[in-house]
Design a protein around this ligand. Structure first.
Ligand SMILES: NC(=O)c1ccc[n+]([C@@H]2O[C@H](COP(=O)([O-])OP(=O)(O)OC[C@H]3O[C@@H](n4cnc5c(N)ncnc54)[C@H](O)[C@@H]3O)[C@@H](O)[C@H]2O)c1
Length: 320
C-alpha cells in the first residue's frame, strides 16, 4: 500500500491547504479551538465556509474568533471531566461533518488523575476525546462521510501504551512518558474508529503538527527547551528553523478534516501534509509512525479498556 501524498509543501499553511475548498453547509468541532493550533484550525475551516464550534473550557477565550467569523460558535467542554463531555454531547443537535480532536496538555509535572482515576494527560488527550467521539457517533453517522482527526504528536515515538500500568500506579510517574502514552493512544483511537465505523462512512486519521511555539510547552523544563534550541539562556523563546508557525502547524489537521484529496482515506498517520511510514519507534527515532500506535490488536484492546469507563459516564448519550 503506497503512502498518501499531497501537492502541499511541508510548510504550507492551513489556509493554503484549503484554498479553493468550499465548506459551506459543513459543521465541524475543534476541541481546544480557542488557542494555539486549534485557533488556526478554526480560522482555516471557518474561512473556507464551515460552521465551526470551538469546544473549550473557557468560552470567553474564544471571543475573538466568534467576533471574527459569523460561522463560529462556542460551547463549553472540559475533556478531563466526563460529566462535561456528557453535557456537550447531550446538547449537540444535528450532524457533525468533522471532529478535530486537537485539545491537549503536555508533560504535567505532577501525577494527577481525573475522577475515574485516569492519569490526567491520558484522561484529557485520549479518554475525553474517546467519550466525545463515541457520544457524537449518531451525529457523525448523520453527516454521511464524516471525519475524525486525532491531533497526536511525534512524541508518541517515545513510548507505547502500557496496558499493565497506564496510570502509573506501579511505575514512577514520568511526565514525558505519560504524554507519549496519551499520544500513542490518540493514534490508536483513529485506528479503532477506522476499523469499527467504516460502514457508517466515518473516516479517522491521526497527525503530528510538528514543533510550534504555543502554550503547550509551558511545563517543559527550561533545560529541555534550551537543548531543543528553542530558548536562550535568559529564558527568551527562540524559533529554530525546524519550528513551524501556528498557521503551518494547523495545516495537516485541516487537510485531514476537510480536504477533498483525503476522501476515503482512513486509519493513517500524517505529518507535513503527507502520510508517514510505519517505523519501530523508540529512542532516537524522530519521524514516522510507531508500530505500536497502528497495531490493530492494540487499538481493539484500548477501545475495550476505555469503553466501560465512558459507557458508565455517558450511559444515555450516543451509540457505539
Ligand atoms: N505545539 C507543538 O509543538 C505540538 C507538537 C506536537 C503535538 N501538538 C499537539 O497539538 C495540539 C494543540 O496544542 P497547541 O500546541 O496548540 O497547544 P495549546 O496549549 O495552545 O492548545 C491546547 C488546547 O487544549 C486545551 N485543553 C487543555 N486541556 C483541556 C481540557 N481538559 N479540556 C478542554 N480543552 C483542554 C487548552 O485550553 C488549549 O486551548 C495538542 O494536542 C498537542 O499535543 C503540539
Amino acid at each position: 500500500m503506497s503512502l498518501v501524498s499531497t501537492p502541499f509543501e511541508p510548510r504550507a499553511t492551513a489556509a493554503d491547504v484549503l484554498a479553493g475548498v468550499d465548506l459551506t453547509g459543513k459543521r465541524m468541532i475543534v476541541t481546544g479551538g480557542a488557542s494555539g493550533l486549534g485557533a488556526e484550525t478554526v480560522r482555516a475551516l471557518a474561512g473556507a465556509g464551515a460552521r465551526v464550534t470551538v469546544a473549550t473550557r473557557n468560552a470567553a477565550h474564544a471571543k475573538a474568533l466568534v467576533e471574527e467569523f459569523a460561522g463560529v460558535d462556542v460551547a463549553t467542554l472540559d475533556l478531563a471531566d466526563l460529566a462535561s463531555v456528557r453535557t456537550f454531547c447531550a446538547g449537540w443537535e444535528g450532524p457533525v461533518d468533522a471532529i478535530v480532536a486537537n485539545a491537549g496538555v503536555m508533560a504535567l509535572p505532577t501525577h494527577q488523575k481525573n475522577q475515574q482515576g485516569w492519569e490526567l494527560q491520558l484522561a484529557t488527550n485520549f479518554l475525553g476525546h474517546f467519550a466525545l467521539i463515541t457520544g457524537l457517533r449518531p451525529a457523525l453517522q448523520a453527516a454521511g462521510r464524516a471525519r475524525v482527526v486525532m491531533v497526536s504528536s511525534g512524541a508518541h515515538l517515545m513510548g507505547g501504551f502500557d496496558f499493565d500500568d497506564p496510570h502509573f500506579a506501579r511505575r514512577p510517574y514520568d511526565p514525558f512518558a505519560a504524554y507519549a502514552q496519551s499520544k500513542t493512544a490518540d493514534v490508536l483511537l483513529a485506528v479503532g474508529v477506522s476499523r469499527r465505523w467504516a460502514d457508517d462512512g466515518i473516516r479517522a486519521n491521526a497527525c503530528a503538527p510538528g514543533f510550534i511555539h504555543t502554550n503547550l510547552s509551558r511545563h517543559i523544563p527550561v533545560e529541555t527547551m534550551q537543548a531543543m534550541g528553542a530558548m536562550d539562556t535568559d529564558g527568551h523563546l527562540i524559533t529554530p528553523d525546524y519550528f513551524k508557525t501556528p498557521e503551518q502547524g494547523a495545516a495537516t489537521s485541516v487537510l485531514l478534516a476537510a480536504s477533498p484529496l483525503l476522501e476515503g482515506v482512513t486509519g493513517r498517520y500524517f505529518e507535513d501534509n503527507k502520510e508517514l511510514a510505519v517505523v519501530p519507534g523508540g529512542p532516537g527515532v524522530t519521524t514516522g509512525v510507531a508500530e505500536w500506535a497502528v497495531d490493530p490488536a492494540a487499538a481493539d484492546r484500548l477501545w475495550d479498556h476505555a469503553f466501560p469507563v465512558v459507557n458508565e459516564a455517558l450511559p444515555d448519550v450516543g451509540s457505539r
